[in-house]
Write a protein that binds this ligand. Structure first.
Ligand code: 13P
Length: 262
């Protein structure tokens, strides 16, 4: 199946980069220039929340839009020091939000918290990118049960109509970051995309499950991005380090635009 509107969804997760707003604006402008020309790609840039507002003013059209990296589960204003609600994020131009990234789970977010954040972001009208991924692979299939649990707890309670705004990102922890063992192989990703879709069918029903795009993330770069899209059974990519330099990310965007998904 193809992704939403048959476009590949290519997301840049800038994590805690760059160090200045000037650099954020410069990088975003050159990515936007490239992305604006690509019909077959939906580009989403997720900068640190502090830059969303200024980058939001630069968004023109729908081909290159913004996402947040995190949100809070409470959408009413109130006494939540340091938190930012989905309404606030969407008010400054974020159309997407990453929920449950492994780097946030590592600092204490559990599946229940992820589920609450997901509902509040969906209610605020945002598209959510739910990250799932195992720490390591074992021979007994424990890692599959782990992924299934992440999906079930997060998605079990959402009203089915919200599925149209859900994207799943498979990000195996062992494949993320500069110390990654290795990127996953397209075969690893293909096998997992089939498994994820099977679990989604059980949780939200087959029809909705077929509408949910699945992305892969973990050491994606211009050399391997095409293979993931061609043979991974996925509809897009979630890119970390390789999204920080416009020149590198733009290569991934260009290639994705030319690639047919399986
Ligand atoms: P890298 O592409 O730097 O491995 O990061 C992947 C990731 O965590 C994206 O969310």
């Amino acid at each position: 199946m193809a992704g939403k509107k048959d476009k590949k969804i290519i997301v840049g997760n800038w994590k805690m980069n760059p160090n200045s707003q000037v650099e954020a604006l410069r990088t975003f402008e050159s990515i936007k220039k490239k992305a604006g020309k690509l019909r077959n790609v939906q580009t989403v840039i997720c900068p640190p929340a502090i830059y969303l507002s200024s980058l939001g003013k630069k968004v023109t059209g729908h081909r290159c839009v913004l996402g947040a990296q995190n949100t809070f589960w409470e959408n009413k204003t109130g006494s939540f020091t340091g938190e930012t609600s989905a309404d606030m994020l969407s008010g400054v131009g974020a159309e997407y939000v990453i929920v449950g990234h492994s780097e946030r789970r590592a600092i204490g977010e559990d599946n229940k918290v992820v589920g609450k954040k997901l509902i509040s972001a969906l209610k605020a009208g945002m598209n959510i990118i739910l990250c799932v991924g195992e720490q390591e692979r074992d021979n007994d299939g424990e890692y599959l049960r782990f992924i299934a649990k992440e999906l079930v707890i997060a998605l079990n309670d959402i009203p089915r109509r919200y599925c149209l705004n859900v994207i799943i990102a498979y990000e195996p922890i062992w494949a993320i970051g500069k110390d990654a063992e290795r990127p996953a192989t397209p075969e690893d990703v293909h096998e997992m995309s089939i498994f994820i879709r099977k679990v989604l069918s059980e949780v939200v029903g087959k029809d909705f499950a077929m509408t949910i795009p699945i992305l892969y993330g973990g050491s994606v770069n211009p050399k391997n991005s095409q293979a993931f899209l061609e043979s991974g059974g996925i509809q897009g990519l979630l890119v970390g380090r390789a999204s920080l330099k416009a020149e590198t990310f733009n290569k991934i965007l260009e290639q994705s635009n030319e690639t047919s998904v399986s």
